[in-house]
Design a protein around this ligand. Structure first.
Ligand code: FMN
Length: 209
C-alpha cells in the first residue's frame, strides 16, 4: 500500500507514523506548576539528537480542546524540565502520570512515586527512575498543532547499578528501558544482542596493477 502524506488527514498521519516508527523511547517529563506542584507526563515523541551540544527533543501536542497540556505550559513558563527514563519497575506509575489530572494535583505523589529535587533546575524527578536528565529549554518550535521542545541537558543522574564497574558504560543487564510501539503496545530491552559490522576490506576487491 502507498500513502500520500501530503493528502492524508492528521489522524491517519498520526496512526501510520506512530504504528511504524518504533519502538520510541519514553520520557517521563517532570515540570513545576505555577503553584509549585510536581507535574509529570510521559512523552514518546522523544529522542536525543545531539551530544555537542547535548540536545533532546520532545513533541508536545495540545489537548483535543486546543488547550495546552500542563507540561507545555510549565515548560514555557519555567524554561526547565526533567526527563526520567522508564523501565518495567515504573511502567504502571508512568501510565498514571499520563492520565489527565488537574494541574493542581501532584502527579508524582498521585502515581506513588517519590519526588527528589533536581540539582540544577527547579523541578523534581521520581527517585525510582533508573536515570534522569535535567534540561533547560534551548528553543521552542511552535507549529499550529504541536510544539517541538529542544532541551539542553545540564545534569544527569543515574543509579550506580545501571553502570559498569568503571562507571563509564551502561550495564545492559541492569538498565532495560521500555519503549512504545503502537497504541498500548510496548517493548522492553531484555533481549539485547550484539551486532558487529564486518570490516570494509571484506567488500573492496584488491586493485590489480
Ligand atoms: C506512553 C505515552 C506516551 C505519550 N507521548 C506523548 C507525546 O509524545 N506527546 C504528547 O503531547 N502527549 C503524549 N502522551 C499523552 C500525555 O502524556 C497526556 O496527554 C498527559 O495527560 C499530559 O499531561 P499534562 O497535561 O500534565 O502535561 C503520551 C502518553 C503515554 C501513555
Amino acid at each position: 500500500m502507498e500513502f500520500d502524506f501530503t493528502q492524508l488527514e492528521p489522524e491517519s498521519r498520526y496512526r501510520l507514523l506512530t504504528n511504524f516508527i518504533g519502538p520510541r523511547p519514553i520520557a517521563l517529563v517532570t515540570t513545576r506548576s505555577e503553584a509549585g506542584h510536581n507535574n509529570a507526563a510521559p512523552m514518546s515523541f522523544f529522542n536525543v539528537f545531539s551530544h555537542d551540544p547535548p540536545i533532546v527533543v520532545l513533541g508536545i501536542q495540545p489537548r483535543p480542546s486546543g488547550e495546552e497540556k500542563d507540561t507545555m505550559a510549565n515548560i514555557r513558563r519555567t524554561q526547565e524540565f526533567a526527563i526520567s527514563m522508564v523501565d518495567m519497575a515504573i511502567s504502571q506509575h508512568m501510565l498514571v502520570c499520563g492520565l489527565g489530572f488537574d494541574n493542581e494535583i501532584d502527579e508524582l505523589s498521585m502515581a506513588g512515586l517519590t519526588a527528589k529535587t533536581c540539582s540544577k533546575i527547579d523541578a523534581s524527578y521520581p527517585a525510582e527512575a533508573p536515570c534522569v536528565f535535567e534540561c533547560r529549554v534551548e528553543r521552542l518550535i511552535d507549529y499550529p498543532r504541536r510544539t517541538l521542545v529542544l532541551g539542553e541537558v545540564v545534569q544527569m543522574h543515574v543509579r550506580r547499578e545501571c553502570l559498569d564497574e568503571q562507571g563509564r558504560y551502561v550495564d545492559p543487564e541492569r538498565y532495560q528501558p521500555i519503549a512504545r510501539l503502537h497504541a498500548d503496545n510496548y517493548i522492553t530491552s531484555d533481549r539485547q544482542f550484539v551486532l558487529t559490522a564486518p570490516p570494509i576490506a571484506d567488500f573492496i576487491k584488491p586493485q590489480v596493477k
